[in-house]
Design a protein around this ligand. Structure first.
Ligand code: NI
Length: 209
């Protein structure tokens, strides 16, 4: 490759990163949120709304909606069971959050939603979530149901097949969402946020243990 071609390639890459960043920022700007209700984690632009109604299937095969978890905090993470790295790490953090909460963990519905419903059947989800914590709830559904909840939580996901790979993998955003017992958005945590930070956000709204 000539030097010029290389420069053009890097410039194009740089530009696409800038455009992706700007696009992502504008994307976060839509919707509506009460800033007073936000209790920790990342700062979300005023006016952004995250979460909403859904209908999915849990790891026991039962149809569930957001109403099944009303009255409890929902700690929600999106991923897929074939994920080599990010998802297992984050689910480990969520298991740690439950452990640190002690008896107060029963005020929280820890939810793992798959973005790969094609492979992640309720049976697959059941076996997977049990690896981390028996209290974890694994939700799957039709492609359409998953697309609907992903849209509400502004989750990015896409099927990709790396060159030379025999099977596909999923690209996905990796935030953890805290929804209040009233169903309203409370906090957004980046991938890698320590369990303590999430515990603080949850206990801010709970009576002392
Ligand atoms: Ni993942």
């Amino acid at each position: 490759m000539t030097a010029m071609l290389r420069i053009i390639r890097y410039a194009a890459l740089g530009l696409s990163v800038i455009l992706l960043g700007a696009g992502g920022y504008l994307w976060w700007q839509r919707g509506s949120i009460d800033p007073a209700a936000v209790v920790g984690g990342l700062t979300v632009a005023p006016g952004v709304s995250l979460g909403g109604p859904f209908e999915l299937v849990d790891q026991t095969g039962r149809t569930v909606t957001e109403r099944d978890y009303r009255g409890r905090y929902m700690l929600v993470f999106f991923g897929f069971t074939h994920c080599p790295d990010v998802c297992p790490t984050e689910l480990q953090v969520i298991a740690e959050v439950l452990e640190k909460l002690g008896p107060r963990a029963d005020r929280v519905a820890p939810i793992f939603v798959t973005v790969d419903p094609e492979r992640d059947t309720p049976e697959v989800m059941k076996a997977y979530v049990e690896l981390f914590d028996s209290r974890l709830i694994g939700l799957t559904g039709s492609a359409r149901q998953i697309a609907a909840i992903a849209k509400e939580f502004r989750v990015y996901y896409a099927k990709v097949t790396p060159p030379g790979a025999s099977d596909y993998t999923m690209d996905h955003s990796a935030f953890t969402y805290l929804i209040g017992p009233d169903g309203k958005f409370r906090a957004l945590f980046r991938h890698g946020a320590p369990a303590e930070e999430i515990v603080r956000a949850i206990t801010a709204g709970l009576p002392a243990a």
